[in-house]
Design a protein around this ligand. Sequence first.
Ligand SMILES: NC(=O)c1ccc[n+]([C@@H]2O[C@H](COP(=O)([O-])OP(=O)(O)OC[C@H]3O[C@@H](n4cnc5c(N)ncnc54)[C@H](OP(=O)(O)O)[C@@H]3O)[C@@H](O)[C@H]2O)c1
Length: 233
Amino acid sequence: MNILLTGASRGIGAAARAALEQAGHNVAGHSTRGGSGLIDADFTRSDAPRQLWEQAVHALGGRVDVLVNNAGVYEAVADDADDAEWHAAWTRTMTVNLQASADLSRLAIQHFRQMGGGRIVNVSSRAGYRGDSPQHWHYAASKAGMIGMTKSIARGYAGEGILAFAVCPGFTMTGMAEDYLESRGGAKLLADIPLGRVAGAEEVAETVRWLAVDAPASATGAVIDVNGASYVR
Ligand SMILES: NC(=O)c1ccc[n+]([C@@H]2O[C@H](COP(=O)([O-])OP(=O)(O)OC[C@H]3O[C@@H](n4cnc5c(N)ncnc54)[C@H](OP(=O)(O)O)[C@@H]3O)[C@@H](O)[C@H]2O)c1
């Protein structure tokens, strides 16, 4: 399979890249800064998703089978920040986490129609269902948006062989989670996770790999939780 994977430089994305490549797939990886064979694209720029898509199609020899929207930011903004700061934080998080995923999904669907099908895997978050802290309304909203988008794509395009899935990690051991755990009291937060530990990036990566490659077509529209039962729904 030929796979475009965003946010492949570190954390869940790097683990997903390794899992997919070990399974023999061709991965066009992406990050903000590029390097290490990754295509660079900063999703705060509105033209970046299209430029990334075109470069990835070229890098993958003209055919993409799977799009994985994994890149994301987790940035705090105080609920009493001034209006300009509040709006800037919302715009940045929604643009990187949701708009860029939508832009890439739209381009992928146009391509998949020509190719006779394809898959989209969106890396959402437990926050999309459970909500997040008072400093992270925008993050939770962006991730809930990804879930609504995933289901819309699944329902709208299944008849054309285009499938869409989402994975909702809880805390996962990456830079993003380490910062958060530190800021929220570290180990005490683990008491909220019945499994007793945060997820490993490789556990989320394996879920991404399965959804991208092996999940049965009839599962399209499914959202898989990977959160140690810290939120069951
Ligand atoms: N870790 C968790 O606990 C957790 C929990 C639930 C959901 N998630 C979700 O899982 C995904 C991966 O999380 P992670 O913890 O692995 O993240 P991470 O280690 O912080 O890596 C984030 C990735 O996104 C890229 N990125 C950041 N800003 C970008 C921008 N403006 N434009 C394009 N790409 C950008 C980064 O590229 P650079 O390296 O170039 O900056 C990097 O590849 C995210 O969507 C996150 O919301 C994570």
